[in-house]
Design a protein around this ligand. Sequence first.
Ligand code: HEC
Ligand code: HEC
Length: 271
Amino acid sequence: MEPAAEVLAGDPARGEVIAGLGACGACHTAEGGEPFAGGYGIETKFGTFFAPNITPDATTGIGGWSYDDFVHALRDGRSPRGRPYVAAFPYAAYTRMSDADLADLWAYLRGVAPVEAVERANEVRWPYDTRFATAAWRTFEFRREPPAEDRGEYLATGPGHCGECHTPRNAIGGLRARREFQGADDPPEPSPDLTAIIGEGWSQSDVVELLTSGMAPDGDMIGGVMRGLVVDGTSRLSVSDREALAAYVLSRAPNRHAKPDAEPPSDGEDW
Ligand code: HEC
Ligand code: HEC
């Protein structure tokens, strides 16, 4: 493992915004439960995963972890003992987070109230409960990648993990990169096709408005899981960050219109 950025002093206030953008609390907080104490059931087509306790409790949380352990979990998707994490933890996106954002996130999570809460076992259907399924996904789908240089691309593909919901997946749960943002109907709820909104006449400032106030051009307020991401995440970014994010999302739209809707017969992405 690389010597991690212990030298960077993280800013917990900035870390809170990164946590909102990463929706960490959405998965790691049970309904009506203590923040980050785990126990929220994440429905996927493979079954239900229960996110663990990531409060700084020494025995049932991650209080005993070093900063290196944290970086290793988010960038490599492995526990301190080397166990690979399942894909329901969206580290395929978080692997692209910058050193500074990871340091801020760590500073924030160190400061949340420690809660003693034992984690629940996953309820996942055969054969997806096997280590083999995670190993296959990691072999074929998980790539450790550096943070993107473009700011909008960075926010979308790293901490914002937009594609984790808005990009369709193949049979083993890998994102179909060539159909970035074309919508997915996986549980817990369908995520709309973002490449369609340009056809519906959305301008960049419409997207910025949605990411700021949650209001769509037709006056509807955003709902579902996206609402939390706007309230805790995108609405708290700087205006220039929201503009960059909106520009990146709209820049993906022409892909859709440049090719027919039909998938090529075999694009080598399905397993
Ligand atoms: C979509 C749901 C989801 C989101 C969003 C999510 N996680 Fe998780 N996380 C999980 C699941 C599920 C696991 C358990 C993976 C496993 O055990 O294989 C996990 C595991 C972890 C672990 C390892 C804990 C341990 O005890 O080994 C850490 C640390 C963690 N997440 C931090 C974060 C942070 C920080 C964020 C936000 C940037 C985040 N998670 C966002 C679902 C999520
Ligand atoms: C946890 C899943 C999830 C993540 C992550 C996510 N979205 Fe969404 N998004 C949704 C869902 C679900 C909706 C539909 C909400 C509704 O029904 O009101 C939505 C709606 C939207 C819309 C409105 C589209 C329309 O047709 O009305 C935009 C724009 C959008 N998301 C952009 C983003 C961006 C940008 C990101 C990354 C910063 C992102 N989303 C991350 C699930 C997600």
